[in-house]
Design a protein around this ligand. Structure first.
Ligand SMILES: [Zn+2]
Length: 155
């Protein structure tokens, strides 16, 4: 984690990517980890962090009601700021199981079917709705963006 730096937004391209991924995974639940870069490193004149990347964890088991991450596969990675997952039911509200895992990061997104731009909400570590701006930013090189680096894993 980046210490106390606040997560201020998500890149529009990243949001579209993850909504598409949720739609592709439907009716099963999609789950990933969100990683962030410093807003200043993305050319924004702002403090804080912006979500630019979503990492799907190998070994994630998913069905229509839950996605269980093998915790041993979660990267020990300072860039990880929270999680993103889908609710195929369309209900955009954290479940008890979600609340139990939200403490691991400051921002968590739940997307609900049918996964349009309006079908998601961000929550804080207590499961309370929080704001998260959608920002038009230039993302890093796509090869880096989608490259899954085993060195990120805490094996
Ligand atoms: Zn959930």
């Amino acid at each position: 984690m980046f210490g106390s730096r606040a997560v201020v937004g998500i890149a529009a391209e990243t949001l579209d990517f993850v909504l598409d991924a949720a739609e592709d995974t439907h009716p099963n639940e999609y789950m990933g980890l969100m990683r962030a870069e410093r807003a200043r490193d993305l050319g924004l004149d702002a403090e804080g962090l912006v979500v630019t990347d979503v990492l799907v964890i190998p070994g994630t088991e998913s069905n229509s009601v839950s996605a269980t991450m093998r915790t041993s596969m979660i990267p020990n990675d300072r860039k990880t700021v929270g999680s993103v997952h889908s609710h195929p039911s369309g209900v955009i509200r954290p479940s008890d199981a979600d609340l139990a895992t939200f403490g691991k990061g400051p921002v968590h997104i739940i997307m609900g079917a049918p996964y349009r731009r309006s079908d998601w909400r961000a929550f804080d570590r207590d499961g309370k709705p929080r704001s998260l701006d959608v920002l038009d930013v230039d993302l890093p090189d796509p090869e880096d963006f989608f490259d899954f680096d085993e060195a990120d894993l805490d094996l």
